[in-house]
Design a binder for this molecule. Sequence first.
Ligand SMILES: Cc1cc2nc3c(=O)[nH]c(=O)nc-3n(C[C@H](O)[C@H](O)[C@H](O)COP(=O)(O)OP(=O)(O)OC[C@H]3O[C@@H](n4cnc5c(N)ncnc54)[C@H](O)[C@@H]3O)c2cc1C
Length: 412
Amino acid sequence: MTETADVVIIGSGIVGSSVAYHLTEQGCTNVLVIEREAHQGKGSTGKSMGGVRAQFSTPVNIQMSRYSIDFFSRFDEVIGHPADYRAHGYLFCATNERHLEYLKANRERQTALGVKNVELVSREDIAKFVPQLRVDDIVGGTFCQTDGFVDPHSVMMGFMLKARERGARLWLGTQVTGIEVEPAITGTADGSPASGGADILPPHRLDPTRRISGVMTSRGFVSTHIVVNAAGPWAAEVARLAGAELPVQPLRRQLVPTEHIDGLPQRFPMVIDMSTGFHFRREGKGILLAWNDPAETPGFKTDFDPGFIEKILTHAASRVPRLAEAEVNPRRAWAGLYEMTPDHHAIIGPAPTVAGLYFVNGFSGHGVMHSPASGRITADLILHGHSDLIDAAQLNVERFAAGRLLEETAVL
Ligand SMILES: Cc1cc2nc3c(=O)[nH]c(=O)nc-3n(C[C@H](O)[C@H](O)[C@H](O)COP(=O)(O)OP(=O)(O)OC[C@H]3O[C@@H](n4cnc5c(N)ncnc54)[C@H](O)[C@@H]3O)c2cc1C
């Protein structure tokens, strides 16, 4: 017998799991999540630093963070599983007036959108958070207490456990090898669903000439009219299975944990040195160091480059001289893939050329923190054709062809 599902989600990382949760939350329970790995979290989700912040520059990112951080703060109660949300804050440190003005303008936008607890902080305030920081060139910054960290693996598991409790199915160790399309049935003039169309496929999504009829997997064919591409850095490949183009590129990102180090506070925020983009946070008894190497080029590179350690330690020691003595075991450092789009914003919404294909991709470093909002928006679009969380049209893939790019400059 052919397997059928109302919605097939490709990828069971934190984003696919959130989509499954939000669909089942809204009563759509015949959902099948397909994951090629034997376990969840083998993609970008398992490599993440777990940072969450509302301190963004564009309204859409601020709105998505606001919804998501509120969700994380209630996650344990709502989902019955821990998110390990720690409101330790994010501290942006500016070393020139241009950066400080930028932070102030962002803060005004954040406040206007309801994030009212972003504080302007002085050099002296900053020194109190981490007394070991070199602050002689710092001119000020911003701090938001409700920014902080979550455990990405735990959030992903929580979303999926709850979705499965409500009837969603998860196929592990199953690769999607093809997406089948057929000629589309056009919508009726009065907007009522076209006969023979999928029950939950909104009629206005039947405009394209082709529509989804199923997916081919290593376990056989699954009949469905709706497919969600939640394939993280592999999203462009998955889109191509349906003949659709998606501007998402993988970009290596490396993280370096130090061994046990004395002399820094046990608890402090994520600290961002805006002069270099170097940032760091506590990780157990050591410090987790992060820096976006501008020399990195797109590609599926997941090996850790030992040469990166010297580069990042140079930035670390310049901002926190104490870190010059930090010991690093290269075997504990790791690399993963960001899923980059040309404007560093996610792509969420229907594919314009294939009815029933939805994208929730290209988070450009923010997929963990925006997973609650992106799951909710995707479920809303599938089930109702719109979302009241944001104006979702801003994030559709057509923006690139139409030249409506969104520019987020606070990329970490
Ligand atoms: C080093 C690093 C640090 C980061 N730090 C942060 C941070 O601090 N905060 C933050 O918000 N974000 C951060 N990110 C980004 C974040 O991790 C990602 O945006 C997020 O995990 C994306 O989740 P996803 O579910 O879309 O993708 P993934 O977790 O990659 O999941 C996609 C899944 O799809 C599966 N798949 C792919 N193709 C197929 C197929 N054909 N058939 C079946 N299954 C398939 C894969 O196996 C994978 O499990 C970081 C990323 C990295 C690499």
